[in-house]
Design a protein around this ligand. Structure first.
Ligand code: URP
Ligand code: ZN
Ligand code: ZN
Length: 478
């Protein structure tokens, strides 16, 4: 009789803390043994010359999220999750977004219907709180946090989503009471509106002007304000998609004062610059995202933050709008002024290979830091660890087997998302996840999808231990 369902033999196992040579035995979708001479199994995978990493946890991606103005995200939970799987990611955390005037609970129920039976990798939900009415703050949000939606995003910009300062403080207070983690999109909305109007008044409406309407100062100011709110409420927060020096300096300053400010960055701030918005004709629309990509010097600042521990997580912020699409980057079929271009770029499948090649391959970060940033830390920060984010006995057998020598030129035609472009077209990378397992099932191998829609399961998230307040101030005790 076979002892195990699967044994992965001869691989180099990499976790956030260790790199060891050993075999991995899997039973019923979980890791049941680590060691040598583990015995027999129904299926053997030879990982000689390969790295076996915990599957990636992409804690910031947008899939089938309802969006206003007739726009539509191209990826649903099937195409988004197969793209994730083929890029070595085994858990995704997209957003159940509240529409202003509607209940948060309704958004969660609707989002479950969208996900049901479709995902190939496991998934949890963050919430987006856009209308913090009294019933939302006193009933819906606390109940949802306790039911496993233990993190939510709030916006300081975008008319349909943004909260005022007072509202932010109210929302943070609920998060503190309930033990939730708040992710903050930090850009100053009024500054952006004023700059946008000024640019439009002189006819500067092409995609490249998106970056001029959102300079680093507007991100810096909002980041500092968010840090101030965090201090007043005594609540750790996560500043998402940090783009460059100015916001980084604010976060370093806060950390220097002993505050628990977590920070996330994304591939677009390492591999794109504002000049990618300044392509021929309207092509720059492909790279319109917020905050916008900066310049080469700022890319180095972000690399430094990844290597010295400023950043806790590295996410894709996959926001899948097709380029040649009246419901995507060309709303109504038109090449529109930059302020009407839907924000966001695709990146679920390329997140890990880009960071592996540009970070581990160049020695900027160790392979253990790579695992921490892309898998272990997001799993911890969102209450999924140790079930997810590590290779340990009892953990889900979610793994990506990497060929560190495989060289790939990124081509959109080889990717699995439903978007008609990648901003990284033609980029060369070394190191690629060749086999991906979710709970002991091979879901992707060599770019082929091997699991059925519906293999992925919903994951309720525990309250994040890592994001507990450090101090008890007057604000925190309110
Ligand atoms: O431009 C971006 N990042 N779009 C996606 C939505 C968001 O703010 O994360
Ligand atoms: Zn955002
Ligand atoms: Zn986002």
């Amino acid at each position: 009789m076979k002892q195990f369902d699967i044994i992965i033999r001869n691989g180099t196992i990499v976790t956030a803390s260790d790199t060891v040579q050993c075999d991995i035995a899997i039973v019923d979708g979980r890791i049941a043994g680590l060691g040598h001479d583990l015995g027999s199994a129904g299926q053997e995978i030879d990982a000689s010359g390969k790295l076996v990493l915990p599957g990636g946890v992409d804690a910031h991606c947008h899939l089938d999220q309802p969006v206003p103005d007739g726009l539509k995200m191209a990826d649903d939970f099937y195409t988004g999750s197969i793209s994730a799987a083929c890029g070595g990611t085994t858990t995704v955390i997209p957003f159940a977004a509240q529409e202003k005037g509607h209940s948060l609970r309704a958004a969660v129920e609707d989002y479950h219907r969208r996900a049901e039976g479709k995902a190939v990798v496991d998934y949890a939900f963050h919430l987006i709180v856009s209308d913090p009415t009294h019933p939302v703050l006193s009933d819906e949000l606390p109940a949802l946090i306790r039911e496993g939606y233990s993190s939510f995003k709030i916006y300081m910009t975008y008319d349909d989503l943004k909260l005022g300062d007072r509202e932010i403080l109210e929302v943070l207070s609920v998060a503190r009471r309930e033990g939730a983690l708040v992710m903050i999109h930090a850009e100053n909305s009024d500054c952006i509106a004023w700059l946008t109007e000024a640019l439009e008044a002189v006819g500067s409406t092409g995609p490249k002007f998106h970056a001029l309407a959102r300079p680093m100062a507007v991100e810096r100011e909002a980041t500092h304000r968010a840090i101030t709110f965090s201090e007043l409420v005594d609540l750790p927060i996560l500043i998402v998609h940090v783009s460059g020096r100015e916001a980084v300096e604010q976060i370093r300053w806060a950390r220097g004062r002993g505050m628990k400010i977590f920070a996330e960055t994304c591939p677009q701030y390492l591999f794109l610059t504002a000049s990618d918005l300044d392509q021929e004709g309207y092509l720059g629309a492909k790279c319109v995202c917020s905050p916008p990509p900066r310049d080469r010097a700022n890319q180095e600042v972000i690399w430094d933050g990844l290597s010295d521990g400023l950043f806790t997580i590295f996410s894709s912020d996959h926001a899948p709008f097709r380029y040649n699409d009246p419901r995507g980057k060309k709303p109504g079929g038109e090449e529109v002024p930059f302020s009407y271009i839907p924000n966001g770029i695709p990146g679920l499948e390329t997140r890990l290979p880009l960071l592996f090649s540009g970070g581990v391959g160049t020695g900027r970060i160790s392979v253990n830091q790579f695992v921490a940033l892309t898998s272990t830390n997001p799993a911890k920060l969102f209450g999924l660890h140790p079930r997810k984010g590590t290779i340990a006995i009892g953990s889900d057998a979610d793994m990506a087997i990497w060929d560190p020598e495989r060289q790939v030129v990124i081509r959109n035609e080889d990717l699995h998302h439903a978007v008609d472009y990648t901003p990284y077209e033609g980029q060369w990378v070394k190191g690629w996840p060749v086999t991906t397992l979710v709970r002991g099932k091979i879901v992707a191998h060599d770019g082929k999808v091997l699991a059925q829609a519906g293999h992925g399961r919903f994951l309720p998230c525990a309250l994040p231990e890592m994001a507990k307040p450090r101090y008890r101030t007057a604000g925190g005790n309110l």
